[in-house]
Design a protein around this ligand. Structure first.
Ligand code: SF4
Length: 464
């Protein structure tokens, strides 16, 4: 057998700062301790290699204390193949870590896996003498060939790569991906705050990549996964889920697709197979309002769906909607929200403050929208000008990007102003929208007074 392959989910950038490198299309997103998901793109490389090599898996984001054990292992293996994760958000600390492991194991072959095509990040990794090869984008199906000669159109060996940047790398057929049977993952306790059950283990699955919708002007997913939607068939999805649920005993599954229900027929077929075969697990997915209807919602609920992320971005549907979420209107949102509530599916709205065009008026509208629809939970962040998106270029050209250091583009920091809101006002807008959701949650005597107080504050803010 060939030398072992060590898969490393690189440690968190600093203590208490948890980043999921797969999120935001692979740009990385700061999640906090309540969300630590399996590094799927790294795991797929392990799946492709596990029958020809011994795989040692170290998720140092989940278990930072295992770093000592890894460093000890590196001393005992003469020429290991190492595949480690990196992302634009964490690249500086990732590089420090790569130097550390290369110092300990100078004869190792270090492959760095990066999903987001950020030229700045790739150039930095490329310059590092510790890194042998960069695995750009979707390299799961060609990893064996890459290992043989370190070159392919999708890799960037640091000797050959001269800042050339191939944004539109080839997209594999997802049905050819290896079976989801991660034999090298043992007792890892991943967690997701919205889908919790102490007695049950959680894993993730991604059944599609790419997105053709026009809201891609700000979205990082089409930048890394492409504008064409590609998916695993319902049959393969069911086989993979069966392995995860029955063989590996993962009873909680988070689907990591940005657009899970784009093909209604595929999901209906999957739900039928889950129900017919009594495959019991709880799951969570993400999609758009206009990719849902009554039949789909009822079938997904019957197949174990517990909650759903809905990307809405703004409550100012008329003013910002045509740019943020074309095709959505309040009637559709109301209708789908009602259908989801009827079958007890938890609704998580994903919203942004500070999109280009945002004003105090649109913030107030979004505040009222959150109060009206009362989602079970809300993810609100400031607009991030992700490199490679058209809105990032426009925002930069307008002089609104106030933070150039991309390691601060973590979804928590406010990066850009708008024509009508300063950076400080965008931060205030985020706080108001968070307050709208906390008012939805409160059930106390003081709520009445809080509602009045926050509404007065909002009115004051709107006027001055
Ligand atoms: S539908 Fe979702 S994933 Fe697709 S471009 Fe819009 S925000 Fe991104």
């Amino acid at each position: 057998m060939a030398s072992p392959c060590i898969l490393i989910n690189t440690p968190q950038p600093e203590r208490g700062r948890l980043v999921c490198r797969d999120m935001a299309g692979g740009f990385g997103y700061e999640t906090g301790k309540a969300v630590i998901l399996p590094p799927l793109s790294l795991i797929y490389h392990g799946l492709a290699l596990q029958h020809t090599r011994q795989i040692l898996f170290y998720d140092l984001t989940l278990y930072p204390e295992r770093e000592k054990e890894l460093l000890h292992t590196l001393k005992t293996i003469s020429r290991p193949l190492i595949i480690a994760t990196a992302a634009p958000l964490t690249v500086n600390s990732d590089l420090e870590f790569f130097h550390k492991i290369k110092d300990l194991s100078p004869l190792s072959s270090l492959f760095v896996k990066i999903n987001y095509p950020c030229p700045e990040t790739i150039t930095l990794i490329n310059r590092s003498p510790a890194v042998n090869t960069i695995l750009k984008g979707e390299t799961e199906l060609i990893i064996k060939d890459i290992i043989k000669d370190h070159t392919s159109t999708q890799t960037a060996s640091h000797k050959q790569y001269k800042n050339k940047y191939q944004a539109d790398w080839p997209r594999p057929d997802l049905n050819k991906l290896p079976a989801m049977d991660p034999l090298f993952i043992q007792k890892h306790r991943y967690r997701y705050i919205l889908l919790r059950d102490r007695r049950k283990k959680l894993f993730s699955y991604q059944s599609s990549r790419g997105c053709p919708f026009p809201c891609c002007s700000y979205c990082p997913y089409p930048v890394s996964e492409g504008r064409k939607w590609r998916a695993v068939s319902a049959e393969k999805m069911f086989r993979d889920l069966k392995l995860l649920v029955v063989k590996h005993n993962y009873r909680l599954i988070t689907f990591r697709d940005a657009l899970f229900t784009y093909n209604k027929k595929r999901i209906l077929k999957l739900c039928t197979m889950i129900i017919k075969n009594k495959l019991r697990f709880k799951w969570w997915c993400e999609t758009r309002i206009d990719c849902l209807d009554k039949e789909l919602i009822e079938n997904m609920a019957a197949a174990g769906l517990k909650g759903i992320h809905l990307g809405l971005e703004t409550g100012a549907v008329r003013e910002l909607g045509p740019q943020a979420k074309p095709g959505l209107d309040l009637k559709k949102i109301k209708n789908i929200n009602k259908l989801l509530q009827a079958v007890h599916i938890r609704v998580h709205f994903l919203m942004l403050a500070g999109l280009p065009g945002e004003s105090k008026k649109t913030v107030v509208k979004t505040f009222r929208f959150i109060r009206k629809f009362k989602p079970d939970s809300l993810g609100i962040s400031s607009f991030v000008p992700y490199p490679g998106t058209t809105l990032s270029q426009k925002t930069a050209a307008a002089g609104h990007i106030k933070e150039k250091n991309i390691s601060r583009y973590n979804g928590k920091n406010t990066i850009a102003a708008t024509d009508r809101l300063s950076l400080r006002q965008v931060k205030e807008a985020v706080r108001f929208l968070q307050q709208a959701q906390s008012l939805n949650k409160k059930r106390s005597f003081t709520k009445f007074f809080l509602v009045i107080l926050i509404n007065i504050k909002l009115l004051w803010w709107r006027l001055f």
